[in-house]
Design a protein around this ligand. Structure first.
Ligand code: FAD
Length: 387
C-alpha cells in the first residue's frame, strides 16, 4: 500500500525541521520529512549561526527578534538544547551609511529590540581593544549571539518526532507529482508517497523542483568561506560578534579558543564547489583581523570550511505557495541569514501549508511573484548578506 501523509516536507535542513516542528505544534502529526543525506547536511551544517537583529525591513526585524527569543530559550520550545551563547553583536558601517544605521536602529527599537547607535568614539571607549579606524558609526545589540546549528536542527526534528511526525533519512526525492493543478505526492528513489500538501525546503537544490512544475525562481549560489583561528586566550578570552560593511566580513567566538571568520561571496557551481578554505582567504582574514583587533596578532590559522548561500536578487527569501499550485509551499533563498530566522520561517511555512497563508506574521512581502512584478525589497546597505 502507498504511504500517505497530510504533509510531506522535502529537505532536512533547519527550515524543513522547523516546519515539521511547527506542524506538530499545530496538531498536524501525520507528516513526513524526507532527507536524502543526514539532517543539516546542506547549508545549515556549514552555518556561522549568528543571530542578530540589524535589518532594514520590518518583516526581517520582526522575524529576527521573535526567532532569537525562541532559539535563546530553545528548551522551552522543543524540550532540547539549542546551544545559544550571548556574546553581543557590534555592527560597523563606513562613511555614508550613518543615517541608514540610525534608521535601522530606530526600526529595531520600535520592535522592542535593545539596539544602540554609537559614534566610533563612543564605541572605542567601550571596546578599547578594537580599532575603529575608518568606521563611521556602530550599532550594538547586547542580546545577540550565536547557537548550534546541529542542536537546533535536530531539536526541531526530535520534538516533532516525539509528537508523532516521521523523519526518513537517506531518501532522495526525485519529483513532485501534480494532478489537476494540485500536488498529490512525491516520487523518491524508494517509491511513491502520497501527500495532502508539500513543503519544499531543499535549500540549494530547490530550482529543479520548481522548474519541473513550471514555476522557476531567480535563485543563484555563492560560496562563503569560514576561516577557523585559535586566538590567544590570555589576551582575548572572548569577544563580541563583529560585522563590517566595508568588506562583508563577520567574526565570532566559538568554543574554547576558537574564532570563526565569515568572508567572501563568490559565484560558484552548486555541486562541485571547493568546500574547504583558500589559503589566500585565510591570509586576508588574518590581515583584516589584526588591523581591526590587534591582539589577534598571535592567532593561528586552523583550516575551516566553505558553504553555499542560496540568493535571490534582493537577498530576501521567498516564503509562499507556488502560484497556481495551492498546496505546494516553498521556502527558498535564505542567503547568509536563514539560520537566525528559522523558527518564524518554519512556523510560517507550516501555516501556509495548512491555512494557505502565514497567519502569525504576515509574510506576503516575501511572495513568490515579487521578482516577476519587479517589486523587490530594498536594504539600507544594498542587496547583500547584511540585507
Ligand atoms: C558558510 C555559511 C555561513 C552562514 N552563516 C549564517 C549565520 O551566521 N547566520 C544565519 O542566520 N545564517 C547563516 N547562514 C545561512 C543559513 O545557514 C541558511 O540560510 C540555512 O541553513 C538554510 O537552511 P535550509 O534548510 O533552507 O537549507 P539546507 O540546510 O541546505 O537544507 C536543504 C536540505 O535538503 C536536502 N535535499 C536537497 N535535495 C533533496 C532531495 N532531492 N531529496 C531529499 N533531500 C534533499 C539537502 O540534503 C539538505 O539537507 C550561513 C550559511 C553558510 C553556508
Amino acid at each position: 500500500m502507498t504511504d500517505s501523509y497530510d504533509v510531506v516536507v522535502i529537505g532536512g535542513g533547519v527550515m524543513g525541521c522547523a516546519t515539521l516542528h511547527y506542524l506538530a505544534k499545530m496538531g498536524v502529526t501525520n507528516s513526513l520529512l524526507l532527507e536524502r543525506d543526514t539532517l543539516a547536511a546542506g547549508s545549515t551544517g556549514r552555518s556561522m549561526t549568528i543571530l542578530r537583529n540589524h535589518y532594514s525591513n520590518a518583516i526581517t526585524t520582526r522575524m529576527a527578534q521573535e526567532s532569537r527569543n525562541v532559539i535563546a530559550d530553545f528548551e522551552s520550545e522543543t524540550g532540547h538544547p539549542g546551544g545559544f551563547v550571548n556574546t553581543g553583536y557590534v555592527f560597523l558601517v563606513i562613511p555614508g551609511q550613518e543615517e541608514a544605521l540610525r534608521a535601522n536602529v530606530a526600526l529595531q527599537n520600535e520592535h522592542g529590540v535593545d539596539s544602540r547607535a554609537m559614534t566610533s568614539e563612543e564605541a572605542a571607549a567601550q571596546w578599547p581593544e578594537i580599532n575603529f579606524e575608518s568606521v563611521a558609526a556602530v550599532a550594538f545589540e547586547p542580546d545577540s549571539g550565536y547557537a548550534d546549528s546541529s542542536a537546533v536542527t535536530n531539536g526541531f526534528a526530535l520534538s516533532a518526532r516525539e509528537a508523532g511526525a516521521e523523519v526518513r533519512l537517506g531518501v532522495n526525492v526525485t519529483g513532485i507529482v501534480l494532478n489537476r493543478g494540485r500536488a498529490v505526492g512525491v516520487e523518491t528513489d524508494q517509491g511513491h508517497i502520497n501527500a495532502g500538501a508539500i513543503v519544499l525546503t531543499a535549500g540549494p537544490w530547490i530550482p529543479e523542483f520548481l522548474h519541473s512544475v513550471g514555476a522557476p525562481l531567480p535563485l543563484t549560489w555563492v560560496r562563503h568561506q569560514v576561516v577557523k583561528l585559535h586566538r590567544p586566550l590570555n589576551k582575548i578570552p572572548t569577544h563580541p560578534i563583529i560585522a563590517d560593511t566595508s568588506n562583508g566580513i563577520s567574526f565570532r567566538p566559538d568554543a574554547g579558543d576558537l574564532t570563526l571568520i565569515g568572508i567572501r561571496e563568490d559565484p560558484t557551481d552548486r555541486d562541485t564547489y571547493n568546500q574547504s578554505v583558500d589559503p589566500s582567504c585565510a591570509a586576508d582574514s588574518l590581515e583584516y583581523l589584526v588591523n581591526r583587533y590587534p591582539a589577534f596578532d598571535e592567532a593561528g590559522w586552523d583550516g575551516g570550511w566553505s558553504g553555499l548561500f542560496t540568493v535571490t536578487p534582493d537577498h530576501h527569501p521567498i516564503i509562499d505557495r507556488v502560484p497556481g499550485i495551492d498546496n505546494l509551499v516553498v521556502g527558498a533563498g535564505f542567503s547568509g541569514h536563514g539560520f537566525k530566522l528559522s523558527p518564524t520561517i518554519g512556523r510560517g511555512l507550516a501555516e501556509l501549508a495548512m491555512h494557505g497563508k502565514s497567519t502569525s506574521i504576515d509574510m506576503s512581502v516575501l511572495r513568490f511573484t515579487r521578482f516577476a512584478d519587479d517589486d523587490l525589497l530594498s536594504s539600507a546597505y544594498g542587496a547583500s548578506v547584511f540585507a
